[in-house]
Design a protein around this ligand. Structure first.
Ligand code: NOJ
Length: 553
């Protein structure tokens, strides 16, 4: 298999990256303009969120035509030009394949609605229960029931996400062939990677049953079903698997290490790597996302460590990420953007980039963009955010508290326009953007960062180190002193070379005693760190949010 282990992927959210035609929405020509900026950062591949034709109810994750470009983003010619230009800079594209569901405006669903039996079997359509209730008691991940009336019939269609996103019936071989054909269509356009949306929920049983009402039990009824592995292998063998240079990543909702290994162990012919999300739930209050509690550092360390060790033991491969378009900004979440913006952003970056796996950088992360903390619910656009706000008020949470939760957890936190400079709309667009710009854009923007900042260069260095040091791209992983209250430390090892990585997750000095670790500090060099003059011996005191990587001979 192609060795992708020294690659770094940049996630680009087209709607919010750069608006070249000044209609308030980012577009492909805007991306073309900024490719030299990304080449300067040193990334290898760009994962693009969906830019296919879509009613945009869920920002493009509701696709109405998989083989076209939505006019808000440009044309197919623009797309082809973008692929060609990026190639000149050694950058490839990874596209988002949303195969669990289509928009209800997709031709298949429309034909199904008009009575075409062939297309009715493309979706998961069931009779109501004999007492008239919905086919099961399942809940949509965006709130409310997961079933909606199918046109004027007595039947219901399943939507695990928004009511406008109808789940596809993967048990139908014709559906599988259609989706294989879509991957092959984009491969022919020179696309070199695929990110598969919520891939582990595509395998639903023929007979669907009620859950106990417990959300984990409910998810288990349709998540990581053994048949999912068969579907992925089929997709692999009939499309991307025929070209060993293709990189794939599956978004796996609530998965486990056992399945993570099955999805990514090369002998299985499934995927290159997966996204798992457990480490981004450590600031949920008893599992509840819409809450505001400090993150649980013990739990975070345990999860990172378990996934590193577990996947490594089974020859699996992790996608490494703190941020994406569904998550709040990690520096606002786990760092201190007021007192230690540089230190905490670089500590988080380094913790992740030196782990075993493939790092993803989400646009704006490389300049330290933060959550926008909008004071008005109307400034948020996201469908999930508005559903959650409504549900919180229905549960008698007062408006101020509900808004506090939204400020912490809304998906719009990461979707605000990219901050390019200190001019109006942060240089993203000449007109009012589709989502407000964060009001700190005069202090945090690309221009200023490139002139006087230190975060971008730190990322640049981390990316370069992965290419220069096999201990980073290929080395083994071992977590050490996991009971330290402030510091997450680990050792990577490759052919006798050791890389010790120490990360202080708090805004105060913290000590670690390494005297029992059998490490030789007589012959070391500091590979990278976010403070100068760190004093290295077997007892090390780290400064606030300090991170340091020490190479031991
Ligand atoms: C996961 C995507 O990342 C998210 O943005 C989307 O809303 C859901 N899948 C549904 O497609």
């Amino acid at each position: 298999m192609y060795n992708f282990k020294d690659k770094v992927i940049y996630q680009l959210y087209p709607k919010s990256f750069k608006d070249a035609n000044n209609d308030g929405v980012g577009d492909i020509r805007g991306i073309i303009e900024k490719i030299p900026y990304l080449a300067n950062l040193g990334i290898d591949m760009i994962w693009l969120n969906p830019m296919y034709k879509s009613p945009q109810k869920d920002n493009g994750y509701d696709i109405s035509d998989y083989k076209s470009i939505d006019p808000i983003f440009g044309t197919m010619e623009d797309f082809e030009e973008m692929v060609e230009v990026a190639r000149k800079y050694n950058i490839d594209f990874m596209l988002d394949m949303v195969f669990n569901h289509t928009s209800i405006e997709h031709e298949w669903f429309q034909k199904a609605l008009s009575g075409d039996k062939k297309y009715q079997d493309y979706y998961i359509i069931r009779d109501a229960k004999s007492n008239g209730d919905k086919p099961t008691n399942w809940l949509s991940k965006f709130g409310g029931p997961a079933w909606e009336k199918f046109g004027n019939t007595d039947k219901y269609y399943l939507h695990l996400y928004d009511v406008t996103q109808a789940d596809l019936n993967w048990r139908n071989p014709e559906v599988r062939e259609e989706l294989i054909d879509i991957v092959n269509f984009w491969l022919k356009k020179g696309v070199k990677g695929f990110r598969f949306d919520v891939l582990n929920v595509i395998g639903k049983d023929e007979v669907l049953i009620d859950s106990t009402g417990d959300s984990a039990q409910e998810k288990s009824l349709y998540t990581d079903k053994p048949v999912v592995h068969e579907y992925i292998k089929l997709l692999n063998n009939k499309s991307f698997g025929n070209d060993k240079n293709i990189i794939t990543v599956g978004e796996m909702s609530s998965t486990n290490i056992e399945n993570g290994i099955l999805y990514t162990n090369p002998s299985r012919e499934e995927l290159s790597m997966i996204f798992s999300f457990h480490h981004l739930k450590v600031d949920y209050d008893n599992g509840e996302k819409w809450s505001k509690v400090p993150f649980d550092f013990e739990e975070l360390k345990k999860l990172l460590n378990d996934w590193q060790e577990g996947m490594s033991n089974g020859d699996g491969w992790n996608a490494l990420f703190w941020n994406n378009h569904d998550q709040p900004r990690s520096n606002s979440r786990f760092g201190d953007v007021k007192k230690y913006p540089y230190e905490s952003a670089t500590m988080l970056a380094q913790t992740l980039h030196l782990l075993r796996g493939t790092p993803y950088i989400y646009q704006g992360e490389e300049i330290g963009m933060t959550n926008p903390s909008f004071d008005n619910i109307d400034d948020y656009v996201d469908i999930e955010t508005h559903n959650a706000y409504k549900e919180l008020l229905e549960k008698s949470v007062d408006k101020d508290t509900a808004l506090e939760y939204i400020k912490e957890k809304s998906r719009d936190n990461s979707r605000t326009p990219m901050q390019w400079d200190n001019t109006a709309n942060a240089g993203f667009s000449k007109v009012k953007p589709w989502l407000k710009v964060a009001n700190n854009y005069k202090e945090i923007n690309v221009q200023r960062e490139l002139d006087t900042g230190k975060i971008f260069n730190y990322y640049k260095k981390l990316i370069k180190l992965r290419k220069d040091y096999k201990v980073i791209s290929e080395g083994t992983y071992r977590g050490i002193q996991l009971d330290n209250k402030y510091i997450y430390s680990y050792i990577r090892e490759y052919e006798g070379q050791k890389l010790l990585v120490l990360n202080n997750f708090y805004g105060e000095n913290a000590k670690i005693d390494l005297s029992k670790e059998n490490l030789d500090f007589n012959n070391y060099s500091v590979l990278i760190g976010n403070y100068e003059n760190s004093n290295i011996s077997s007892v090390i005191e780290l400064k606030p949010y300090e991170t340091i990587a020490i190479l031991l001979k």
